[in-house]
Design a protein around this ligand. Structure first.
Ligand code: GLU
Length: 478
């Protein structure tokens, strides 16, 4: 039978790393088994759902390369179908109308709190007669529909990640609310646990993979599946993503939405590679740098850990830098060029852009590192204290820069390629007995204003091509 999995995001916020990781595990399992990965937008919370969040979630998944196989389903289009199912549950006696008011519920909770008990409905209207129901309605009392939860029942399922899970009916908080409050004989808008069962069954979902925070919902949903006589899917509950303190990763941890990762300069390939290892590990690890296609060949839900997965920035950064290093130059240049463009920086040629990309790529961790790394090649870097001290303390420093200007002029060199650069430095060293190290450090200060920076010889070629090398050297001699 075809395996069908789904992500069921609520469009009440930006695509979060946790939702993206759940999507990825679903996607990987579907791909591994030649199955389908689907999306259902759970947008029935009218007050909190926004279409811009829906767009953000779908765009984010797309950017990550987590594609879906069928047109996404919108839960809000299916409300009347959900209501029909609630009617059916009423008809077969599995659900009933409950008139407990908000204040009565609060009163009950307060009492339970005082006695140290967890909140639980007392199912007071489970056995109302139709006459009593009509009386409440005619008194103008609002009602919800509740699903009968058998206190004696034990709910069990074999979780693909956690093994056997048992849940006691008495621990589910009393009879389950299926619909929002309404007046009269109406059925109010359906709530999550009912809608999710009806829709997963409608979409022929065979495997439900979602966060561990849904375990108690699964217990409730299994009861609804049984009442509606539906075939149960196989459930898997993924571990939470934790911050460095071992607490659930939240907005307080600064970066959590996929947009923010994108803006910071993480590559989608690196992020998905990292996310796959967030809670999952392969028994045959050849490398930690694996494409989604490669991971999907070895992925299995049974290899997902039960324990929470700590978010490790260093590892993510390392993976990102590996992807930058191995990316094809023209592709990387295109990504970096966006930053240059935003900074208003113009390059002398396409060829030069590729050379600069090649020069800085090994020092990049994030895409936006390209800004600082390429800045000296577009704008003047001030000479820092260590640079000024070096020029002052070493008599031969300024001398070597003068010799550079001299040889460039004498030999009529307008373009310093790598060979020419090496030749000039050697000449100065041999003819004037100045150590190569001094010549190179002096030139480095002229170009970068300090003693660190990328490969000097290659840099010189770039400064020469953009016709800035002479001015940069001259400024040190004033
Ligand atoms: N809309 C729910 C959520 O975003 C879906 C949970 C589920 O996968 O059933 O948490």
């Amino acid at each position: 039978m075809e395996k069908r999995l789904r992500l069921a995001p609520s469009p009440t916020g930006l695509l979060h790393i946790g939702t993206a990781r759940t999507a990825l595990f679903n996607w990987l399992y579907a791909k591994k088994n030649n199955g389908k990965f689907l999306i259902r937008i759970e947008d029935t919370d009218i007050l909190r759902s926004k279409s811009e969040y829906e767009t953000n979630i779908l765009n984010g998944l797309n950017w990550l390369g987590i594609n879906w196989d069928e047109e996404p389903i919108k839960q809000s289009n299916r409300i009347s179908i959900h209501k029909n199912h609630i009617k059916r549950l009423l008809e077969i006696g599995a659900a009933y109308r409950c008139f407990t008011s908000e204040s009565e519920i609060n009163e009950l909770r307060e009492k339970q709190k005082k006695s140290g008990l967890p909140p639980k409905h007392d199912n007071r209207h489970r056995n109302l007669t139709s006459k009593e129901i009509q009386e409440f309605i005619s008194q103008g009392k609002s009602s919800v529909i509740r699903f009968k939860v058998d206190e004696e029942t034990e709910i069990r399922w074999n979780d693909q990640i956690r093994g056997e899970i048992k849940w006691q009916g008495k621990d589910l908080g009393g009879d389950l609310v299926l619909s929002r409050r309404t007046l009269g004989n109406e059925i109010g808008d359906p709530l999550y646990n009912l809608a999710v069962v009806v829709d997963d069954n409608f979409m022929n979902i065979t495997h439900v993979v979602r966060g561990e925070d849904h375990i108690s919902n699964t217990a409730k949903q299994i009861l609804i599946y049984k009442a509606l006589d539906y075939k149960l899917p196989i459930f898997s509950h993924t571990p939470l993503i934790l911050n460095s303190e071992g607490k659930k990763l939240s907005k307080r941890d600064c970066v959590t939405s996929i947009d923010e990762f994108k803006e910071m300069g993480y590559l989608p390939e690196a992020l998905t590679n990292y996310m796959a290892f967030l809670g999952w590990s392969t028994k045959v690890p050849e490398s930690e740098i694996l494409s989604l296609k490669e991971i999907s060949k070895v992925f299995d839900l049974s290899d997902v850990n039960k324990a929470g997965a700590k978010f490790n920035w260093e590892k993510l950064n390392w993976i990102n830098s590996q992807y930058i290093k191995k990316m094809e130059l023209p592709k990387l240049k295109k990504l970096i060029k966006k930053f240059w463009h935003d900074m208003g920086w113009e390059s002398p040629s396409k060829e030069w852009e590729l050379k600069l990309t090649n020069l800085i790529k090994d020092s990049m961790i994030l895409l936006k590192d390209a800004i600082d790394l390429s800045k000296p090649f577009f704008s003047l870097s001030e000479i820092q204290k260590e640079g000024n001290d070096f020029l002052k303390d070493n008599r031969e420093a300024k001398e070597s820069l003068k010799y550079i200007l001299f040889y460039l002029k004498q030999d009529n060199i307008s373009k310093v390629n790598n060979d020419k650069a090496r030749e000039i430095i050697s000449k100065i060293s041999i003819n004037h007995s100045i150590k190569k190290g001094i010549v190179m450090k002096s030139l480095r200060i002229a170009f970068f204003g300090c003693l660190s920076g990328p490969d000097l010889i290659k840099s010189w070629e770039l400064f020469s091509e953009s016709k800035r090398d002479l001015d940069l050297i001259k400024r040190c001699l004033i």
